[in-house]
Design a protein around this ligand. Structure first.
Ligand SMILES: [Zn+2]
Length: 163
């Protein structure tokens, strides 16, 4: 496993719509391992492949449970969405900035796991928010596009103190 560099500052790959993965080979498997390691090192809760410069539809995310399990999804597709809530989000590719982002409250996503098996996830609240954030990355979308408001430095300070 190896750490990869996380792109930021509107790097063109962050703005590229990632391509479907057609072949889950050892390179994909290695990429997933590297993404998990990179995400943990950066103390993030999710990471999309284009954030490390690979425009493929692959993401890793924490399930936000206490044991801190991380899952990897390939070619994720949203099947159902329900409700809406606004929450504060940051992003490893938008360092130091936080915004209020509206997201669906519940989501059902289908994808392939790293063995190429079909998986279906039903998530709500924070895990749903993380997954939708990472899926946005795969379409070249950042929180600065979706936020109804970015927090000003004063609010940012109180936000950082609380998390
Ligand atoms: Zn992000």
């Amino acid at each position: 496993m190896a750490l990869r560099k996380i792109l930021s500052d509107n790097h063109p790959v962050l703005r590229t719509r990632a391509q479907e993965v057609k072949n889950i080979n050892s390179a994909v498997s290695r990429l997933i391992d590297d993404m998990i390691e990179t995400m943990r090192e950066a103390e993030g809760v999710g990471l999309a492949a284009n954030q490390v410069g690979v425009p493929k539809r692959i993401l890793v995310a924490s399930d936000c449970q206490e044991d801190g399990e991380v899952y990897a999804l390939i070619n994720p597709r949203c099947e159902e969405k329900e409700g809406e809530e606004i929450g504060v989000e940051g992003c490893l590719s938008v360092p130091g900035q936080y915004g209020q982002v509206p997201r669906c409250q519940k989501v059902t996503v289908s994808a392939l796991n790293r063995k190429g098996e079909k998986v279906r996830l039903k998530l709500e609240g924070l895990p749903a928010r993380i997954l939708l954030h990472e899926m946005d990355h795969l379409d070249g979308i950042l929180i600065t596009d979706k936020a109804i408001r970015m927090l000003d430095p004063e609010e940012l300070k109180s936000e950082e103190e609380s998390t």
